[in-house]
Design a protein around this ligand. Structure first.
Ligand SMILES: NC(=O)c1ccc[n+]([C@@H]2O[C@H](COP(=O)([O-])OP(=O)(O)OC[C@H]3O[C@@H](n4cnc5c(N)ncnc54)[C@H](O)[C@@H]3O)[C@@H](O)[C@H]2O)c1
Length: 270
């Protein structure tokens, strides 16, 4: 019961990682404001979770984020832990992108993280402490084809996290989670398109991951909740990669098993 009497403010809470985090916080004694572009789904998620509320906000819109924070304080009584999770995927060659599309990527991911931090931090500071988790991606850390704007936005979130952790310390801790391939509302349409079925698509997406599968949203929520909780009481400014080992790999090896030993022998024999 790590979140006994704690109040979570989660953006993008109507689906995927945000929703799974809200469910875990509630299972461990907390309540949550589920904030999302999609009000109907946010309210439906909140209705399934005791003590929770659903609120509409576009995280790229300052007045809407401020209003959602104020509504949370008015209706739930405060904010103790925050997950800035709202986001969307959008792929393509940058030659096909215009500035408006690129700026939207930055406004939702980096701008949304900035606004969520700006308005929730004073509430947590006034209550004596708290924890904010931001969401990057493996695209912040390694090159991925057709993913330049998303990768740029996510890399900015890791930088924002490090810088803001200094500003929010010592009362509020700020950390980032960089997920790898995770089955959620964002990736299921891609999996379906690639695999013909969700099961086949998920299998294809997981094939090159060392753990040989994609993640479930709950597996990301588990790490987010660790960082939100006092279990991570000495962590701030960190980016935690949760990717089944995807980013530790180099390209496929040139040597097959056993070949290396043979080469070493033949060198010794010369
Ligand atoms: N699923 C993955 O493989 C993966 C990998 C790396 C990073 N991420 C990141 O994880 C976060 C959560 O994504 P998910 O996979 O759970 O996707 P999801 O689509 O299941 O959930 C995202 C939620 O954010 C909401 N949203 C989108 N734009 C918004 C906006 N401007 N304002 C408010 N709400 C908005 C959506 O309505 C949706 O409910 C995103 O930041 C995403 O970039 C996901």
């Amino acid at each position: 019961m790590r979140f006994d009497n704690k109040i979570l403010f989660v953006t993008g809470g109507a689906s995927g990682i945000g929703r799974a985090t809200a469910a875990r916080v509630v299972a461990e004694g907390g309540r949550a404001a589920i904030v999302d572009l999609d009000l109907a789904t946010a309210q439906a998620v909140a209705a399934d979770l005791p003590g929770c509320i659903g609120l509409a906000a576009n995280v790229a819109d300052e007045a809407q984020v401020q209003a959602a924070v104020e509504a949370t304080v008015a209706q739930l009584g405060g904010i103790d832990v925050v997950l800035a999770c709202a986001g969307h995927a959008d792929f393509g060659l940058i030659s096909e992108w215009d500035s408006a599309r690129f700026n939207r990527m930055l406004e939702v991911h980096v701008g949304g993280t900035f606004l969520t931090a700006k308005y929730t931090n004073p509430v947590m500071q006034s209550r004596g402490g708290g924890s904010l988790v931001t969401i990057a991606s493996t695209a912040a850390l390694v090159g991925q084809k057709l993913n330049v704007p998303y990768g740029a936005a996510k890399a900015a979130i890791t930088g924002f996290t490090r810088q803001f952790a200094l500003e929010a310390a010592p009362a509020v801790r700020v950390n980032c989670v960089a997920p790898g391939r995770t089955q959620t509302g964002m990736t299921e349409p891609l999996m379906l398109a690639r695999g013909g079925s969700l099961e086949k698509g998920a299998e294809m997406f997981g094939a090159n991951v060392p753990l040989q599968r994609v993640a479930k949203a709950e597996e990301l929520a588990a790490v987010v909740c660790f960082l939100l909780s006092e279990d991570a009481s000495f962590m701030t400014g960190a980016t935690v990669v949760v990717d089944g080992g995807e980013t530790i790999q180099s390209p496929p090896p040139l040597l097959e098993p056993g070949t290396g030993a043979g080469l070493a022998r033949s060198v010794q024999e010369q």
